[in-house]
Design a protein around this ligand. Structure first.
Ligand code: PLP
Length: 372
Protein backbone atom coordinates (compact mmCIF):
# COMPACT_ATOMS: atom_id res chain seq x y z
CA UNK A 1 0.00 0.00 0.00
CA UNK A 2 1.28 3.41 -0.96
CA UNK A 3 1.70 6.15 1.65
CA UNK A 4 0.87 3.96 4.58
CA UNK A 5 0.68 5.78 7.91
CA UNK A 6 3.08 3.23 9.33
CA UNK A 7 5.74 4.65 7.06
CA UNK A 8 5.31 8.08 8.56
CA UNK A 9 2.53 10.59 8.96
CA UNK A 10 2.24 14.20 7.96
CA UNK A 11 -0.61 15.79 9.85
CA UNK A 12 -1.94 19.03 8.44
CA UNK A 13 -4.13 21.08 10.72
CA UNK A 14 -6.63 22.98 8.61
CA UNK A 15 -7.96 24.53 11.82
CA UNK A 16 -4.56 26.11 12.41
CA UNK A 17 -4.39 27.37 8.82
CA UNK A 18 -7.88 28.79 9.27
CA UNK A 19 -6.92 30.49 12.55
CA UNK A 20 -3.86 31.95 10.89
CA UNK A 21 -6.03 33.27 8.06
CA UNK A 22 -8.42 34.86 10.56
CA UNK A 23 -5.56 36.41 12.50
CA UNK A 24 -4.00 37.96 9.39
CA UNK A 25 -7.41 39.25 8.28
CA UNK A 26 -7.92 40.88 11.67
CA UNK A 27 -4.55 42.59 11.42
CA UNK A 28 -5.48 44.23 8.15
CA UNK A 29 -6.82 47.71 7.78
CA UNK A 30 -10.63 47.61 7.66
CA UNK A 31 -10.58 48.63 3.99
CA UNK A 32 -8.38 45.66 2.99
CA UNK A 33 -9.31 42.11 2.04
CA UNK A 34 -7.19 39.14 2.96
CA UNK A 35 -6.33 36.85 0.09
CA UNK A 36 -4.40 33.57 0.23
CA UNK A 37 -1.41 32.38 -1.77
CA UNK A 38 -1.85 28.66 -2.47
CA UNK A 39 0.91 28.19 -5.06
CA UNK A 40 3.17 25.13 -5.06
CA UNK A 41 0.34 22.92 -3.74
CA UNK A 42 -0.30 25.37 -0.90
CA UNK A 43 3.39 25.36 0.01
CA UNK A 44 3.36 21.58 0.08
CA UNK A 45 0.36 21.23 2.42
CA UNK A 46 -2.09 20.28 -0.33
CA UNK A 47 -4.04 22.90 -2.29
CA UNK A 48 -6.98 20.55 -2.78
CA UNK A 49 -7.69 20.60 0.96
CA UNK A 50 -6.28 23.98 2.00
CA UNK A 51 -7.97 26.17 -0.61
CA UNK A 52 -11.57 24.95 -0.10
CA UNK A 53 -11.05 25.20 3.65
CA UNK A 54 -10.00 28.86 3.31
CA UNK A 55 -12.89 29.47 0.93
CA UNK A 56 -15.31 28.19 3.56
CA UNK A 57 -13.73 30.67 5.97
CA UNK A 58 -14.58 33.51 3.65
CA UNK A 59 -11.48 33.92 1.51
CA UNK A 60 -12.33 34.89 -2.07
CA UNK A 61 -8.99 36.15 -3.43
CA UNK A 62 -6.59 33.35 -4.32
CA UNK A 63 -3.13 33.56 -5.83
CA UNK A 64 -1.29 30.74 -7.60
CA UNK A 65 2.02 30.69 -9.45
CA UNK A 66 1.11 28.95 -12.68
CA UNK A 67 -1.81 28.67 -15.05
CA UNK A 68 -1.93 24.91 -14.43
CA UNK A 69 -2.36 25.54 -10.71
CA UNK A 70 -5.05 28.09 -11.51
CA UNK A 71 -7.02 25.69 -13.71
CA UNK A 72 -6.90 23.06 -10.97
CA UNK A 73 -7.98 25.60 -8.37
CA UNK A 74 -10.93 26.76 -10.49
CA UNK A 75 -12.22 23.17 -10.47
CA UNK A 76 -11.90 23.09 -6.70
CA UNK A 77 -13.49 26.43 -5.88
CA UNK A 78 -16.10 27.16 -8.50
CA UNK A 79 -16.83 30.46 -10.20
CA UNK A 80 -17.05 32.86 -7.28
CA UNK A 81 -13.38 32.78 -6.31
CA UNK A 82 -11.02 35.29 -7.84
CA UNK A 83 -7.88 33.49 -8.99
CA UNK A 84 -4.79 35.47 -9.93
CA UNK A 85 -1.89 33.70 -11.67
CA UNK A 86 1.28 35.35 -10.40
CA UNK A 87 3.61 34.39 -13.23
CA UNK A 88 1.22 35.27 -16.01
CA UNK A 89 -0.26 33.31 -18.85
CA UNK A 90 1.19 30.22 -20.53
CA UNK A 91 2.19 31.31 -24.05
CA UNK A 92 -0.28 29.98 -26.61
CA UNK A 93 -2.86 29.12 -23.91
CA UNK A 94 -4.34 32.56 -23.41
CA UNK A 95 -7.86 31.46 -24.32
CA UNK A 96 -7.72 28.58 -21.79
CA UNK A 97 -6.66 31.09 -19.18
CA UNK A 98 -9.53 33.44 -19.96
CA UNK A 99 -12.05 30.60 -20.26
CA UNK A 100 -11.13 29.35 -16.78
CA UNK A 101 -11.72 32.89 -15.52
CA UNK A 102 -8.13 33.19 -14.37
CA UNK A 103 -6.60 36.63 -14.03
CA UNK A 104 -3.05 36.54 -15.38
CA UNK A 105 -0.45 38.88 -13.95
CA UNK A 106 1.26 40.66 -16.83
CA UNK A 107 4.63 42.39 -16.56
CA UNK A 108 5.44 43.97 -19.89
CA UNK A 109 3.74 46.28 -22.36
CA UNK A 110 4.02 43.63 -25.07
CA UNK A 111 2.22 41.08 -22.89
CA UNK A 112 -0.53 43.56 -22.15
CA UNK A 113 -0.92 44.55 -25.81
CA UNK A 114 -0.98 40.90 -26.85
CA UNK A 115 -3.59 40.02 -24.23
CA UNK A 116 -5.79 42.96 -25.19
CA UNK A 117 -5.49 42.22 -28.91
CA UNK A 118 -6.55 38.60 -28.35
CA UNK A 119 -9.65 39.30 -26.37
CA UNK A 120 -10.83 42.65 -27.51
CA UNK A 121 -14.43 42.30 -28.36
CA UNK A 122 -16.04 44.80 -30.71
CA UNK A 123 -15.89 48.04 -28.82
CA UNK A 124 -15.66 46.14 -25.53
CA UNK A 125 -12.86 45.43 -23.12
CA UNK A 126 -10.44 42.53 -23.02
CA UNK A 127 -10.64 39.72 -20.45
CA UNK A 128 -9.50 40.91 -17.02
CA UNK A 129 -5.85 40.89 -16.08
CA UNK A 130 -3.57 42.02 -13.28
CA UNK A 131 -0.52 44.17 -13.77
CA UNK A 132 2.65 43.90 -11.77
CA UNK A 133 5.01 46.83 -11.44
CA UNK A 134 8.54 46.63 -10.20
CA UNK A 135 8.76 48.85 -7.15
CA UNK A 136 12.35 47.89 -6.33
CA UNK A 137 12.75 44.12 -6.09
CA UNK A 138 13.97 43.76 -9.69
CA UNK A 139 12.48 40.35 -10.32
CA UNK A 140 9.14 40.37 -12.11
CA UNK A 141 7.34 43.61 -12.78
CA UNK A 142 6.85 46.33 -15.32
CA UNK A 143 9.76 48.75 -15.50
CA UNK A 144 9.03 52.37 -14.80
CA UNK A 145 9.72 53.22 -18.44
CA UNK A 146 7.10 50.72 -19.63
CA UNK A 147 4.72 51.90 -16.96
CA UNK A 148 5.05 55.52 -18.08
CA UNK A 149 4.44 54.43 -21.66
CA UNK A 150 1.32 52.57 -20.52
CA UNK A 151 -0.02 55.64 -18.70
CA UNK A 152 0.42 57.61 -21.92
CA UNK A 153 -1.45 55.01 -24.00
CA UNK A 154 -5.06 55.85 -23.21
CA UNK A 155 -6.43 53.55 -25.89
CA UNK A 156 -4.62 50.57 -24.39
CA UNK A 157 -5.72 51.46 -20.88
CA UNK A 158 -9.29 51.77 -22.02
CA UNK A 159 -9.29 48.43 -23.82
CA UNK A 160 -7.47 46.57 -21.05
CA UNK A 161 -9.51 45.49 -18.05
CA UNK A 162 -6.84 45.83 -15.37
CA UNK A 163 -8.39 44.64 -12.11
CA UNK A 164 -5.36 44.63 -9.88
CA UNK A 165 -2.05 46.43 -9.69
CA UNK A 166 0.47 44.52 -7.68
CA UNK A 167 4.07 44.63 -6.62
CA UNK A 168 6.22 42.54 -4.30
CA UNK A 169 8.41 43.55 -1.36
CA UNK A 170 11.99 42.27 -1.31
CA UNK A 171 12.73 42.86 2.39
CA UNK A 172 9.38 42.66 4.18
CA UNK A 173 10.79 40.24 6.78
CA UNK A 174 13.34 42.92 7.79
CA UNK A 175 11.15 45.77 9.08
CA UNK A 176 14.11 48.12 9.55
CA UNK A 177 15.33 47.73 6.00
CA UNK A 178 15.11 51.08 4.18
CA UNK A 179 13.98 49.38 0.97
CA UNK A 180 10.52 48.79 2.46
CA UNK A 181 9.67 52.48 2.67
CA UNK A 182 11.22 53.06 -0.75
CA UNK A 183 9.11 50.34 -2.36
CA UNK A 184 6.02 51.59 -0.56
CA UNK A 185 6.57 55.05 -1.96
CA UNK A 186 7.18 53.78 -5.49
CA UNK A 187 4.12 51.54 -5.38
CA UNK A 188 1.89 54.21 -3.93
CA UNK A 189 2.88 56.59 -6.70
CA UNK A 190 2.27 53.96 -9.40
CA UNK A 191 -1.11 53.18 -7.84
CA UNK A 192 -2.15 56.83 -7.75
CA UNK A 193 -1.12 57.36 -11.35
CA UNK A 194 -2.99 54.31 -12.63
CA UNK A 195 -6.07 54.95 -10.51
CA UNK A 196 -6.29 58.51 -11.79
CA UNK A 197 -7.01 56.94 -15.18
CA UNK A 198 -8.67 53.66 -14.14
CA UNK A 199 -10.35 54.32 -10.79
CA UNK A 200 -11.60 50.75 -10.36
CA UNK A 201 -8.13 49.14 -10.23
CA UNK A 202 -7.35 47.59 -6.84
CA UNK A 203 -3.89 47.62 -5.29
CA UNK A 204 -1.96 44.78 -3.64
CA UNK A 205 1.53 44.93 -2.15
CA UNK A 206 1.92 42.82 0.99
CA UNK A 207 2.93 39.22 1.42
CA UNK A 208 2.80 37.69 4.93
CA UNK A 209 5.57 39.80 6.42
CA UNK A 210 4.34 42.92 4.63
CA UNK A 211 1.11 42.72 6.65
CA UNK A 212 3.20 43.25 9.79
CA UNK A 213 4.86 46.41 8.45
CA UNK A 214 1.76 48.49 9.16
CA UNK A 215 -1.53 49.57 7.66
CA UNK A 216 -0.03 51.75 4.95
CA UNK A 217 1.29 48.55 3.37
CA UNK A 218 -2.10 46.84 3.22
CA UNK A 219 -3.86 48.56 0.30
CA UNK A 220 -6.93 46.70 -1.08
CA UNK A 221 -5.82 43.06 -1.02
CA UNK A 222 -3.07 41.32 0.97
CA UNK A 223 -1.36 38.18 -0.35
CA UNK A 224 -0.11 36.09 2.57
CA UNK A 225 1.21 32.59 1.93
CA UNK A 226 3.83 31.32 4.37
CA UNK A 227 2.24 32.75 7.53
CA UNK A 228 -0.98 30.85 6.79
CA UNK A 229 1.07 27.67 6.97
CA UNK A 230 2.81 28.57 10.23
CA UNK A 231 6.09 30.14 9.08
CA UNK A 232 7.08 33.06 11.30
CA UNK A 233 6.37 36.31 9.39
CA UNK A 234 8.38 38.34 11.93
CA UNK A 235 11.76 36.57 12.20
CA UNK A 236 13.58 37.41 15.41
CA UNK A 237 10.32 37.92 17.30
CA UNK A 238 7.97 35.31 18.73
CA UNK A 239 5.94 33.58 16.05
CA UNK A 240 2.35 34.85 16.22
CA UNK A 241 1.11 32.08 13.90
CA UNK A 242 -0.06 28.58 14.83
CA UNK A 243 1.99 25.59 13.68
CA UNK A 244 0.07 23.76 10.95
CA UNK A 245 2.09 20.60 10.36
CA UNK A 246 3.27 17.65 12.41
CA UNK A 247 5.63 15.13 10.86
CA UNK A 248 5.93 11.85 12.74
CA UNK A 249 8.28 9.15 11.48
CA UNK A 250 8.64 5.58 12.69
CA UNK A 251 11.74 4.32 14.44
CA UNK A 252 13.30 1.51 12.44
CA UNK A 253 16.06 0.34 14.77
CA UNK A 254 17.31 1.10 18.28
CA UNK A 255 20.70 0.09 19.63
CA UNK A 256 23.26 0.73 22.32
CA UNK A 257 26.82 1.22 21.05
CA UNK A 258 29.32 -0.70 23.17
CA UNK A 259 32.40 1.18 21.99
CA UNK A 260 32.89 4.70 20.74
CA UNK A 261 32.18 4.75 17.00
CA UNK A 262 31.27 6.92 14.03
CA UNK A 263 27.75 7.17 12.64
CA UNK A 264 26.52 7.27 9.06
CA UNK A 265 27.94 8.24 5.68
CA UNK A 266 31.39 9.71 5.70
CA UNK A 267 31.83 8.64 9.32
CA UNK A 268 31.40 12.34 9.97
CA UNK A 269 30.39 12.24 13.63
CA UNK A 270 31.36 10.04 16.56
CA UNK A 271 29.39 8.94 19.59
CA UNK A 272 30.75 7.71 22.91
CA UNK A 273 30.57 4.18 24.23
CA UNK A 274 27.27 3.51 25.95
CA UNK A 275 25.27 5.89 23.72
CA UNK A 276 21.81 4.88 22.63
CA UNK A 277 20.86 5.52 19.01
CA UNK A 278 17.66 5.27 17.03
CA UNK A 279 17.47 5.17 13.24
CA UNK A 280 14.16 6.54 12.00
CA UNK A 281 12.44 6.90 8.66
CA UNK A 282 12.77 10.23 6.93
CA UNK A 283 15.72 11.34 4.87
CA UNK A 284 16.49 13.98 2.33
CA UNK A 285 14.08 12.39 -0.15
CA UNK A 286 11.37 13.18 2.42
CA UNK A 287 12.33 16.81 2.92
CA UNK A 288 14.64 16.18 5.88
CA UNK A 289 17.25 18.32 4.21
CA UNK A 290 20.73 16.84 4.20
CA UNK A 291 22.19 20.18 5.26
CA UNK A 292 20.79 19.67 8.77
CA UNK A 293 22.89 16.55 9.38
CA UNK A 294 24.71 16.83 12.71
CA UNK A 295 22.70 19.97 13.62
CA UNK A 296 19.05 19.04 13.45
CA UNK A 297 16.96 17.24 16.01
CA UNK A 298 13.84 15.23 16.46
CA UNK A 299 11.35 15.18 19.33
CA UNK A 300 10.03 12.39 21.52
CA UNK A 301 8.97 11.99 25.16
CA UNK A 302 8.98 15.76 25.60
CA UNK A 303 12.63 16.11 24.65
CA UNK A 304 14.82 17.16 21.77
CA UNK A 305 16.87 14.31 20.34
CA UNK A 306 19.96 15.41 18.43
CA UNK A 307 20.53 14.04 14.94
CA UNK A 308 23.84 12.21 14.68
CA UNK A 309 25.86 12.05 11.48
CA UNK A 310 24.64 12.76 7.98
CA UNK A 311 21.06 12.51 6.85
CA UNK A 312 20.59 9.65 4.37
CA UNK A 313 18.06 9.49 1.57
CA UNK A 314 15.49 7.50 3.55
CA UNK A 315 16.56 7.68 7.18
CA UNK A 316 18.49 9.58 9.82
CA UNK A 317 19.98 8.62 13.20
CA UNK A 318 19.11 10.25 16.55
CA UNK A 319 20.84 10.14 19.90
CA UNK A 320 18.27 8.83 22.38
CA UNK A 321 20.67 8.47 25.34
CA UNK A 322 18.72 11.01 27.41
CA UNK A 323 15.57 8.86 27.42
CA UNK A 324 14.87 6.59 30.37
CA UNK A 325 14.98 2.84 29.85
CA UNK A 326 11.20 2.69 29.84
CA UNK A 327 10.90 5.57 27.38
CA UNK A 328 13.45 3.96 25.09
CA UNK A 329 11.67 0.65 25.22
CA UNK A 330 8.37 2.18 24.18
CA UNK A 331 9.79 4.62 21.62
CA UNK A 332 8.07 3.94 18.29
CA UNK A 333 8.29 7.22 16.43
CA UNK A 334 10.13 10.52 16.37
CA UNK A 335 8.56 13.84 15.47
CA UNK A 336 10.51 16.07 13.13
CA UNK A 337 8.01 18.92 13.04
CA UNK A 338 5.48 19.81 15.71
CA UNK A 339 4.62 22.63 18.07
CA UNK A 340 8.09 22.30 19.65
CA UNK A 341 10.29 21.89 16.60
CA UNK A 342 8.90 24.43 14.21
CA UNK A 343 9.31 24.79 10.50
CA UNK A 344 11.57 27.76 11.25
CA UNK A 345 13.68 25.69 13.69
CA UNK A 346 14.21 23.04 11.06
CA UNK A 347 15.06 25.71 8.50
CA UNK A 348 17.64 27.10 10.91
CA UNK A 349 19.30 23.69 11.28
CA UNK A 350 19.52 23.37 7.50
CA UNK A 351 20.59 26.95 6.83
CA UNK A 352 17.49 27.74 4.81
CA UNK A 353 14.03 29.27 5.24
CA UNK A 354 10.75 27.73 6.37
CA UNK A 355 9.35 28.05 2.85
CA UNK A 356 11.89 25.54 1.56
CA UNK A 357 11.15 23.12 4.42
CA UNK A 358 7.41 23.13 3.66
CA UNK A 359 7.72 22.87 -0.10
CA UNK A 360 10.21 19.98 0.27
CA UNK A 361 8.01 17.82 2.52
CA UNK A 362 7.36 15.13 -0.04
CA UNK A 363 4.80 12.35 -0.37
CA UNK A 364 6.36 9.16 0.89
CA UNK A 365 4.32 9.09 4.06
CA UNK A 366 0.64 9.17 4.79
CA UNK A 367 -1.17 12.48 5.08
CA UNK A 368 -3.98 13.24 7.45
CA UNK A 369 -5.99 16.43 7.61
CA UNK A 370 -7.55 17.60 10.82
CA UNK A 371 -9.54 20.57 12.03
CA UNK A 372 -8.44 21.43 15.53
C1 PLP B 1 4.77 33.74 -2.98
C2 PLP B 1 4.26 35.12 -3.12
C3 PLP B 1 3.52 35.72 -2.08
C4 PLP B 1 3.35 35.10 -0.72
O1 PLP B 1 4.50 35.37 0.02
P1 PLP B 1 4.67 34.89 1.55
O2 PLP B 1 5.97 35.48 1.93
O3 PLP B 1 4.72 33.40 1.50
O4 PLP B 1 3.53 35.39 2.31
C5 PLP B 1 2.96 36.97 -2.32
N1 PLP B 1 3.14 37.60 -3.51
C6 PLP B 1 3.88 37.07 -4.51
C7 PLP B 1 4.04 37.82 -5.78
C8 PLP B 1 4.47 35.82 -4.36
O5 PLP B 1 5.20 35.30 -5.33
Amino acid sequence: MKNDFREGLLEIDLGAVGDNYRQLRERLATTSRCGAVVKADAYGLGMARVAPSLYRRGCRDFFVATQGEGEELRQLLGDEARIVVLTGVRPGCESDCARAGLIPTLFTLEQLRHWVALFRRKGGRAAPCALKVDSGMTRLGMTSRDFDALLADRALLEAADIRLLLSHLACADEPAHPQNAQQLQNFRRAGQQLRALCPEVELSLSNSSGIFLGEEYHFDVARPGSALYGVNPVPGQGNPMRAAVTLRLPVLQKRRVDDGCSVGYGASQRVAAGSWLAAARGGYADGILRAQGGRGCGWACGRRLPMVGRVSMDSAVYDISTLSDAERASLESIELLNGEITVDDMAGYAGTIGYEILTSLGHRYGRRYLES
